[in-house]
Design a protein around this ligand. Structure first.
Ligand SMILES: Nc1ncnc2c1ncn2[C@@H]1O[C@H](COP(=O)(O)OP(=O)(O)OP(=O)(O)O)[C@@H](O)[C@H]1O
Ligand SMILES: [Mg+2]
Length: 1040
C-alpha cells in the first residue's frame, strides 16, 4: 500500500506524492520527480519563534536598536548568519566553516523567489541573476562592511554560485575558470595580513561578470581602486607586506630563487620584517604559492610573463635591501650586491640606476645638473621607486587579467552584466591619515547612492502600486560629499592647490587653508575652531570631519606627499629604459615628455569614484551589508559594542525605518493567495475570479481591519508584522489539520475506492498518449492533451500578462495557438499603450518631448548620451536662492527658463572659471556672482559645437564682427546633454548643433582662432597643451 507522507523540510518546501484530489495541491506546483510534487512555501516566517525574525521588517519594535541587535544575536547563536532588511542582506561573519555553501544549497536557491527560502547570499546572487535575465536590466551587488567583516568571502561565494549554476559550454567553462582564478592572483598581489584580517584586501575592487543571451557567463572586467602602496615599504607591528612576497620566498622552486637572487627566508628582507611577523599560523604561504602559480597559467600567463612578473617582485625585495652610507649630505650605496641583481632583474644599467638612487636631476638655467641626495632623501627616493614599481605592476596585472576575461565573440556583441563591488568599508583608527580620508570619502559616496536608490525604489514601488507615499525623514549626506569634493572649494581642491602652488607649502599651510576656506562648515572642525570639550580630544595637526557614520579626526601629516605621489624624474628615466616587458608598459616614455603634472592621488581617486557611481547608477543594485562580530577573529563571539557601532555606520536602522515607513510586508497577489487560500472557504481549494478580489475576500474573512492593510495594483501591503504573524499561526494550525485529513482520505481511497484509483490512472495514460501524439493532426489520441495544453497556456497567460509597455515577456504558445497568441499579444499591447497614454501628465509629456529632441541630437553621436538617458531632465539646476540677487534684479521681468552651473574657459590662457549659464526667452546669459558677464541673444547665436566624446565641453559661436561679443564662448557643463538640449529648444537651434570629431575651431575675437583638441583617454583632463590648443581628454565610457 502506498502511504502519503507530508514532509516539512527546513527550506519550507513540502513534498507530497499525488493522490486523490492531488490536483488541488498540485496546482501551480513544480514537478520534481515522477512520484513527487514540490510545493514551495515561505519558510521565512515559519521558523521565526525559534530564531528571531528572518527579515528585520517583521520586528514589531523596528525603531529599537536593542531589538535589532537582539535579533542578530539570537540568529548568530544558531549559526544563522544571514538576515534581510527587505531586499538588503545583512551578513555576520561566523569565523568558522558553516555547511551552507554546498552544491545542494546552490540548487535550493536556484530560480526560487527571495522570500521562499531562508536568507542567504545565494538568494541575493540568484535574485540578481533572474532580474537580469527576465527584466533585461544590468545588475550590481554592493558589498560593504569594515575590514574583516566578510566582503571578499561574500563576493567569492557569489562568483562560485554563478560558476556552478549558470549554463556552460566548453568555451564558457574557460571563462568560468578564469573568473574564479582571478581571485587568488589578485589576492596574492593585493591582500595582506593586517591586525584586523589575515587576508585583508588592500585595494577596492569592482568586477563585472558578463552574461550572454543564454545566461552563460562569457566574460568579465575588473576595475581596481587605490592600492595601499605604502605597505610595500612599511608595515605596522603585527602586519605583513603583500602575500606574494612570502609566497614566492616560501614556495618558489630552488632554481627560481637562485635566478632571482633570493634566499628562502623572509627575515633577510628589510621590506618584510617591519611588522615583525613574517609567519602567520592561519596562512600557508607554500601551498598558496602553488595555487597562485596554477592560477596564473589558467588566466593565460606564459612562462616568460611569469618570469618577468617575478623578476619585478624580487627586485622590490632587493631594492628594500639597498643600504645607504656616506656623508650626511650625499648618500652613497654601501654594497653593490643588490644593484647587480637589480640591474639584471629590471633590465637596466646598474650605474645609471645607482646614480638615480643617490642623485636628483635638477634643471638650472636650461642645464641639467645632478644634485646629490642626503641619506633621508635617498631612502625615500628608493622607497618611492619600490612603491611605484609595485603599484604600477599591480595595475598592469589587473589589465592583463581583464584581457584574459574579455568577451571576444564579435557575433554577439550584446551582453548583460552583474557587477560585484567589494570595497573598503568606513575606517576609524586612532591615527587617521590620507588613506582613511579617501576610504571614508568613498563610503560617503556609496551611502549617498544607497539612500537615493533605496528611497527611490521604495517610492517607485508605491507609485507603481497606486499607494500614497508617506515622506520619510532621512539624513542626506550630500553636504559632506560636497565638503570633500566640490570643485574649487572642497577639501580635495584645497589640497591640490597646496600641492601645486609654488612657495613653501606644507601640511600645516594646508590645514590653515582649510580653516580659512571651509572653517565655517557644519561638518568640519579643527583644534583652533573647536569648543573646549572637543579641543581636548583633538590634536593641533588634525581636522575632524563629521561623517554620516561618525566623527573622524584626520592628521594632516603626510597629506601633501601622499597626494603628490611623486617619483624623481631620473628614476622614471631609468625605468623607461628597462628591458622588462611589463615595466616598459608600466613606465611610458611619453610620461617624460609630458610637461603637465599628472593628476594628484586624491583627484584621480575622486574621478574614479565619480565613474564608479555612474556605473552603479546605471544598474539595478542589491546590497550585502557585512558585520564583524568581534575583533579577535573568533567563532561564536558576539561583541555587542562593536556590532552596535557597525549597525550605526552601515545605516541599517535608517534603512529599516525607510523600509518600514509604510508597510512591513508586501507580496504579489498570486503568491499571497497561493499561500493562505486554505484559510478561507471561498478561496479554497482555488479562487476563480480576479486575484485582487480573492485576496480581498480572504483578508476580510481573516478579519483584517482596514487600517492594517492596503491593496495595490498587483500586491497586498500589510502594515504591521503582528497581522501577518496571526495569519501565519492560523496557517500552521490549518496545515496540520489538512495533513491529517489527507492521510485519512488517502487510506480510504486506496482501501475502499479501487474504481476511483483506476480512473486516475486512465487519466494519466490518456495524458501520456496525447504527449506522444502531440505533433500529429488532432485525433482521439491527442485531443485531450491538446485541449489541456491550450487551456494551460491561456490560464498561464492570464496570470502572466505583461506588466507594462516595456515588459516584452509573453508565455510561449503551443503550436496550435500561435496565431491566436499573436493577436492577443497585439491587443494587450494596444490596450496597455492606450491606458499608458491616458495617464501621461503634462509634465511627463514635456519631459518626453525634451528627451526625444536629445535623442535626435545626440543618439549614436555623442559618447555620454547613453548615460543621460535614464536621468530625468530637470527644469533648472539653479533656483532663485542659488543666483545672486543682483543678477536677478538685472534680469528684471525676463523670465528664466533654465539655469545651470558651468565652467567657462578663458579665451587665451584657458583658465577655468566657475560661472552660471542662464537661459531666458530671448538670450543665453553668462553670470558671475553679481555680474551679467555676457549676454548672447539667440538671434546672434550662430551655432553650438560639441565633441563626440564623453566630455561636457561646448562652444557657443557668435558672429566675429559683433562688437558686443568678445568672441566665442567655451563652456563646460556636468549635464551637457541636458544643457545643450535646453539651449537648442530655447534658442530654436535644433539644427545648429555641430558634433565634432577630433577638434573644434572657434573665434577668440578680432578674427583670431582657437582650437580645442579632443582625445579619448582614461579620465577627464582639460588643460592648455604645448601647441597652445585647449586639450581635452575625455574618459572612454563603457558602451553599455
Ligand atoms: N561566510 C563566511 N564563512 C566562514 N568564514 C568567513 C565567512 N566570511 C568571512 N569569513 C572569515 O573571515 C575572514 C575575513 O573575511 P574577508 O576577507 O572576506 O573580509 P573583508 O570584509 O573582505 O575584509 P577586508 O576589508 O580587510 O578585505 C575570512 O578570511 C574568513 O576566515
Ligand atoms: Mg576583502
Amino acid at each position: 500500500m502506498m502511504e502519503l507522507k507530508i514532509q516539512l523540510i527546513p527550506t519550507g518546501e513540502i513534498i507530497l506524492p499525488p493522490g486523490k484530489n492531488g490536483e488541488n495541491f498540485c496546482h501551480n506546483c513544480k514537478v520534481v520527480a515522477s512520484d513527487g510534487v514540490r510545493a514551495m512555501m515561505e519558510s521565512a516566517l515559519t521558523a521565526r519563534d525559534r530564531v528571531g525574525v528572518q527579515d528585520f521588517v517583521l520586528l514589531e519594535n523596528y525603531t529599537s536598536e536593542a531589538a535589532f541587535i537582539e535579533n542578530l544575536r539570537k540568529r548568530f547563536k544558531e549559526n544563522l548568519i544571514y538576515t534581510y532588511i527587505g531586499s538588503v542582506l545583512v551578513s555576520v561573519n561566523p569565523y568558522k566553516d558553516l555547511e551552507i555553501y554546498t552544491k545542494n544549497h546552490m540548487e535550493r536557491y536556484r530560480g526560487v523567489n527571495f522570500y521562499e527560502v531562508s536568507p542567504h547570499i545565494y538568494a541575493v546572487a540568484d535574485n540578481s541573476y533572474r532580474s537580469m535575465r527576465t527584466e533585461g536590466k544590468d545588475q550590481c551587488i554592493l558589498i560593504s562592511g569594515e575590514s574583516g567583516a566578510g566582503k571578499t568571502e561574500a563576493s567569492k561565494k557569489i562568483l562560485q554560485y554563478y560558476a556552478i549554476t549558470c549554463p556552460a559550454s566548453e568555451q564558457v567553462q574557460t571563462v568560468k575558470d578564469r573568473l574564479l582564478q582571478s581571485n587568488p592572483v589578485l589576492e596574492a598581489f593585493g591582500n595582506a595580513k593586517t591586525l584586523r584580517n589575515d587576508n585583508s584586501s588592500r585595494f577596492g575592487k569592482y568586477m563585472d561578470i558578463q552574461f550572454d543571451f543564454k545566461g552563460a557567463p562569457v566574460g568579465g572586467h575588473i576595475i581596481n581602486y587605490l592600492l595601499e602602496k605604502s605597505r610595500v615599504v612599511h608595515q605596522n607591528h603585527g602586519e605583513r607586506n603583500f602575500h606574494i612576497f612570502y609566497q614566492l620566498i616560501e614556495g618558489g622552486e630552488e632554481d627560481l630563487l637562485r635566478r632571482l637572487g633570493l634566499e628562502r627566508s623572509p627575515l633577510q628582507y628589510q621590506y618584510l620584517v617591519k611588522g615583525n611577523c613574517p609567519k602567520v599560523s592561519s596562512i600557508n604561504d607554500r601551498s598558496d604559492w602553488k595555487v597562485v602559480r596554477k592560477a596564473l597559467t589558467v588566466i593565460g600567463f606564459n612562462e616568460d610573463e611569469v618570469e618577468e612578473l617575478l623578476n619585478i617582485i624580487a627586485s622590490v625585495l632587493h631594492l628594500g635591501n639597498v643600504q645607504y652610507g656616506g656623508e650626511e649630505g650625499s648618500a652613497c650605496i654601501t654594497s653593490d650586491t643588490q644593484i647587480k641583481y637589480l640591474a639584471r632583474l629590471l633590465g637596466v644599467n646598474g650605474s645609471v640606476l645607482t646614480e638615480a638612487l643617490t642623485h636628483k636631476k635638477i634643471i638650472a638655467k636650461g642645464e641639467e645638473l645632478m644634485s646629490p641626495l642626503n641619506l633621508e632623501q635617498a631612502s625615500s627616493a628608493r622607497d618611492a621607486l619600490s612603491k611605484a614599481v609595485y603599484g604600477r605592476t599591480f595595475t598592469w596585472l589587473v589589465n592583463k587579467i581583464n584581457a584574459s576575461l574579455a568577451y571576444t565573440d564579435d557575433s554577439h556583441k550584446h551582453y548583460s552584466v552583474i557587477g560585484l563591488l567589494d570595497i573598503y568599508g568606513f575606517e576609524v583608527f586612532q591615527h587617521n591619515s590620507f588613506e582613511q580620508f579617501c576610504i571614508n570619502y568613498c563610503n560617503e559616496k556609496l551611502q549617498q547612492l544607497f539612500i537615493e536608490l533605496t528611497l527611490k525604489s521604495e517610492q517607485e514601488e508605491y507609485e507603481a502600486e497606486g499607494i500614497t507615499w508617506e515622506p520619510v525623514q532621512y539624513f542626506n549626506n550630500k553636504i559632506i560629499c560636497d565638503l570633500v569634493e566640490e570643485k574649487f572649494k572642497g577639501i580635495i581642491s584645497i589640497l591640490d592647490e597646496e600641492c601645486l602652488r609654488p612657495g613653501d607649502a606644507s601640511d600645516f599651510t594646508f590645514l590653515e587653508k582649510l580653516e580659512d576656506t571651509v572653517g565655517g562648515h557644519p561638518h568640519f572642525v579643527t583644534h583652533k575652531l573647536a569648543d573646549g570639550k572637543t579641543r581636548k580630544v583633538m590634536g593641533r595637526e588634525e581636522f575632524r570631519l563629521l561623517h554620516y557614520a561618525g566623527e573622524v579626526n584626520y592628521n594632516v601629516n603626510g597629506f601633501l606627499d601622499k597626494n603628490n605621489d611623486l617619483l624623481f624624474r631620473n628614476l622614471k628615466e631609468v625605468m623607461v629604459m628597462s628591458e622588462n616587458n611589463i615595466l616598459t608598459q608600466c613606465f611610458d616614455r611619453e610620461e617624460l615628455s609630458d610637461k603637465k603634472r599628472p593628476d594628484t592621488a586624491a583627484t584621480q581617486f575622486k574621478a574614479s569614484l565619480a565613474k564608479l557611481m555612474e556605473i552603479l547608477m546605471s544598474k539595478e543594485p542589491s546590497y550585502v551589508r557585512c558585520i564583524k562580530p568581534n575583533d579577535s577573529k573568533q567563532a561564536g563571539r558576539f561583541d555587542e559594542v562593536l556590532i552596535r557601532h557597525q549597525v550605526k555606520y552601515l545605516g541599517l536602522m535608517e534603512n529599516l525605518r525607510v523600509r518600514r515607513a509604510g508597510f512591513a510586508y508586501r507580496r504579489r497577489y498570486e503568491v499571497f493567495l497561493q499561500r493562505y487560500k486554505s484559510l478561507c472557504p471561498d478561496t479554497w481549494p482555488n479562487w476563480q475570479g480576479k486575484l485582487a478580489d480573492g485576496v480581498s475576500t480572504l483578508v476580510k474573512h481573516l478579519g483584517y481591519k482596514p487600517e492594517e492593510y492596503k491593496l495595490g495594483r498587483s500586491k497586498i501591503f500589510i502594515r504591521f508584522p503582528k497581522t501577518l504573524f496571526a495569519t501565519e499561526d492560523a496557517l500552521e494550525t490549518r496545515k496540520h489539520s489538512l495533513a491529517t485529513k489527507l492521510q485519512a482520505g488517502w487510506k480510504d481511497n486506496v482501501n475502499l475506492s479501487k474504481p476511483l484509483f483506476y480512473s486516475c490512472s486512465s487519466v494519466i495514460l490518456r495524458f501520456v498518449k496525447g504527449f506522444i501524439y502531440r505533433h500529429k493532426e488532432r485525433c482521439p489520441e491527442n485531443e485531450y492533451f491538446l485541449d489541456y495544453v491550450r487551456y494551460s497556456f491561456l490560464m498561464n497567460l492570464r496570470r502572466n500578462l505583461p506588466k507594462n509597455v516595456l515588459d516584452k515577456s509573453w508565455p510561449t504558445p503551443p503550436a496550435a495557438l500561435k496565431e491566436a497568441s499573436e493577436h492577443l499579444r497585439k491587443l494587450c499591447m494596444q490596450n496597455m499603450v492606450w491606458s499608458y497614454c491616458k495617464k501621461i501628465s503634462p509634465e511627463w509629456k514635456h519631459q518626453m518631448e525634451q528627451k526625444m529632441i536629445a535623442s535626435e541630437l545626440f543618439k549614436d553621436k555623442k559618447d555620454n548620451y547613453p548615460q543621460s538617458v535614464p536621468k530625468l531632465f530637470v527644469s533648472t539646476r539653479l533656483n532663485g536662492e542659488d543666483i545672486n540677487p543682483k543678477v536677478l534684479q538685472a534680469l528684471g521681468s525676463e523670465k528664466m527658463k533654465y539655469a545651470v552651473p558651468v565652467t567657462k574657459y578663458d579665451r587665451k590662457g584657458y583658465k577655468p572659471r566657475p560661472r552660471q549659464l542662464l537661459l531666458t526667452g530671448s538670450s543665453a546669459i553668462i553670470a558671475e556672482e553679481g555680474k551679467l558677464k555676457q549676454r548672447i541673444d539667440y538671434g546672434a547665436l550662430k551655432g553650438i559645437s560639441v565633441s563626440s566624446l564623453s566630455d561636457g565641453l561646448f562652444v557657443l559661436h557668435v558672429p566675429s564682427d559683433d562688437n558686443k561679443q568678445k568672441g566665442d564662448v567655451v563652456l563646460q557643463s556636468d549635464h551637457v546633454i541636458e544643457t545643450l538640449t535646453k539651449i537648442a529648444i530655447c534658442a530654436e537651434k535644433i539644427n545648429n548643433i555641430n558634433i565634432n570629431q577630433g577638434s573644434i575651431k572657434f573665434t577668440v575675437g578680432q578674427g583670431k582662432e582657437g582650437i580645442i583638441d579632443f582625445t579619448p583617454g582614461s579620465e577627464l583632463l582639460v588643460a592648455k597643451a604645448k601647441n597652445g590648443h585647449l586639450s581635452v581628454t575625455a574618459p572612454r565610457l563603457n558602451s553599455r
